[in-house]
Write a protein that binds this ligand. Structure first.
Ligand SMILES: Nc1ncnc2c1ncn2[C@@H]1O[C@H](COP(=O)(O)OP(=O)(O)OP(=O)(O)O)[C@@H](O)[C@H]1O
Ligand SMILES: [Mg+2]
Length: 234
């Protein structure tokens, strides 16, 4: 079982979108896949799967009120989703530091577990990195995001989660974007995929149907499928 944290540094670069759709791409390839929302203060994964009213959340497992199996919901292509609670009351009582312990004792088996992390390097990000053995980094092609992402790579390494590579998201091919080779040099890990800026991503969000289900002809769909293939070989 590969437990991979999807992390960035800077917020808003596309981690949640990637966790959801990469999870679906892997599931479509026949891999048992679990996706977990460990972005406890601003959880978004549930919204992408219309699970915001889920009875049990990963928070309940963390506070010991239910077992991990109960917080898994089956989504499209059989992907299993562990949403995080959205109410302030639930968020306040959740101690992210407990996550590594829960992940260590997982009774459920899967080929892949993808963990959505929060931006920055706060307690919940550290907990998610500690819970994983590999980190997949995400950045957009600009200096701010890349330099924050590079710091996260260092922290992941320090916490024992191997940075396996990075994904360049929201690429428009504009002249003002940072050059790919320059980004590779700064990141110092392999580039595993390039996902273009694609309106289909926002359309999917509006429709409440994940991109990998709603837009099989989109360029982001192809890019994420390629990324999933690459991940299988990494
Ligand atoms: N390839 C893309 N093309 C177009 N829009 C995208 C793409 N990837 C992500 N987005 C959009 O960018 C916004 C941020 O994406 P997302 O929520 O996945 O980022 P995040 O890193 O998880 O953010 P947060 O820090 O808030 O958790 C969303 O509105 C999403 O739909
Ligand atoms: Mg997010």
């Amino acid at each position: 079982m590969r437990v991979i944290a999807v992390a960035s540094g800077k917020g808003g670069v596309g981690r949640t979108t990637l966790v959801a759709n990469l999870g679906l791409a892997l599931a479509k390839m026949g891999k048992e896949t679990i996706i977990i929302d460990a972005c406890f203060t601003t959880p978004d994964l549930a919204l992408l799967f219309k699970l915001e009213k889920a009875i049990y959340t990963i928070n309940d497992a963390i506070v010991g009120e239910t077992v991990f199996d109960n917080v898994l919901y089956t989504g499209p292509m059989g992907v299993k989703i562990a949403p995080a609670a959205v109410t302030l009351q639930q968020i306040k009582r959740t101690r992210p530091e407990q996550l590594p312990e829960i992940m260590k004792n997982l009774a459920v088996k899967a080929d892949f577990v993808l963990i959505d992390t929060s931006g920055g390097l706060r307690r919940e990000t550290v907990a998610a990195l500690r819970s994983s053995s590999e980190t997949l980094l995400v950045t957009t092609p600009d200096m701010v995001a890349v330099s924050d992402c590079m710091k996260t790579r260092l922290v992941a390494e320090f916490l024992g989660s191997r940075p396996i590579g990075f994904v360049l998201n929201r690429v428009r091919g504009e002249e003002f974007e940072l050059d790919k080779d320059e980004i590779k040099e700064i990141m110092n890990v392999p580039l595993l995929g390039t996902v273009p800026e694609d309106d289909a991503v926002m359309k999917a969000l509006k429709e409440g149907v994940p991109l990998m289900v709603s837009s099989p002809k989109s360029s982001a769909y192809s890019a994420i499928t390629n990324l999933a293939r690459k991940l299988l070989r990494t």
